[in-house]
Design a protein around this ligand. Structure first.
Ligand code: ADP
Length: 292
């Protein structure tokens, strides 16, 4: 089982020929509410990719979106016994997409912003899991507290890019940035150089490179490059979350690194073939079929 301590957001997406300027009103084309948030996405990815399940630890608001976010996790088979409901708004990503595909986004942390460190009950769940997945959409103090309290391997997706305190890095086993986040952390744009710099900070690192795949390294001396699985990309939203969730599952199953990375790249490729975030995560059967 994988535990995830992170964010849940409802994405409110307005599609419009042109985004409004300040003070302007425009008529849009269509609207969609899409469950997202990096924590919830990774929980759904891990639950769908595994036979042993995933537990989400986080918060939603007591607004109309809270029950919808809970249902989207439950529908994917995620254990939500540690999901709390707090007064006020759920986490919201307010997104405007214009006809050129350009977007502007306002993220309101809402309930995510109220999460503090893990409770004793949360820590029981974490201790029973094979790994703890963290991202950076919760308050940094909460993320640091979870990483430090965890007694299982900690996998960090350092997104959105933020300053990483040493006390967090000290508690991380594996870091999984995309190439932009890796460059922000290390100051190196070359993935090979960034990988070596990350290994000065944590024992293991994967840098995801979009359609170019990913590179992996460990302090034990392993260096690997995995190609992306070629697919017709429809929506790359949450590809990194699909990758991180599936990678955690494969490692929990004790698969060696080359096989675990191939499993993750396959799950991520399948997710980009479908629109949406949580809704795009492939099932175990789909991943296994694609790997054959
Ligand atoms: P993020 O979504 O965090 O920005 P990336 O864009 O690096 O992360 O994508 C994560 C992983 O998803 C990649 O390492 C790759 O395995 C897979 N992936 C992303 N885009 C594609 C694509 N167009 N085709 C196939 N696989 C992809």
């Amino acid at each position: 089982m994988i535990s995830i301590f992170g964010s849940a957001n409802m994405d409110l997406v307005a599609y419009t020929p042109m985004a409004p300027k300040l003070g302007e009103t425009v008529t849009g084309r269509s609207f969609a509410t899409v469950p997202g948030g990096k924590g919830a996405n990774q929980a759904i990815a891990a639950a769908r990719a595994s036979g042993t399940g995933a537990a989400f630890i986080g918060a939603v608001g007591d607004d109309a979106f809270g029950p919808a976010l809970r249902a989207s996790l439950e529908d994917a088979g995620v254990d939500v016994s540690r999901l709390r409901v707090v007064p006020g708004s759920s986490g919201i990503a307010h997104i405007v997409v214009d006809d050129d595909g350009g977007n502007s986004i306002i993220v309101i942390p809402g309930a995510n912003g109220t999460v503090t460190g893990p409770t004793p009950e949360d820590l029981d769940v974490i201790a029973r899991s094979d790994a703890l997945l963290l991202q950076l959409e919760l308050p940094m103090d909460a993320v640091v507290a979870a990483a430090r309290a965890a007694t299982v391997p900690v996998v960090l997706t350092p997104a959105p890019a933020r300053e990483l305190p040493a006390e967090l890095l000290d508690a991380v086993t594996l870091i999984v940035p995309n190439e932009h986040e890796a460059a922000a952390i290390t100051g190196r744009t070359d993935p090979g150089e960034a990988l070596e710099a990350l290994l000065e900070l944590v024992p293991e690192a994967v840098i995801t490179l979009g359609a170019r795949g990913a590179v992996y390294g460990s302090r034990a001396g392993e260096r690997l490059s995995v190609p992306a699985v070629p697919v017709q990309a429809v929506d790359t939203t949450a590809a990194g979350d699909a990758f991180a969730g599936a990678l955690a599952v494969a490692r929990a199953e004790g698969r060696p690194s080359p096989e675990a990375l191939r499993f993750a790249a396959t799950a991520a490729a399948l997710s980009v073939r479908r629109p949406g975030a949580g809704t795009s995560m492939p099932s175990r059967a789909e991943i296994d079929a694609a790997l054959r």
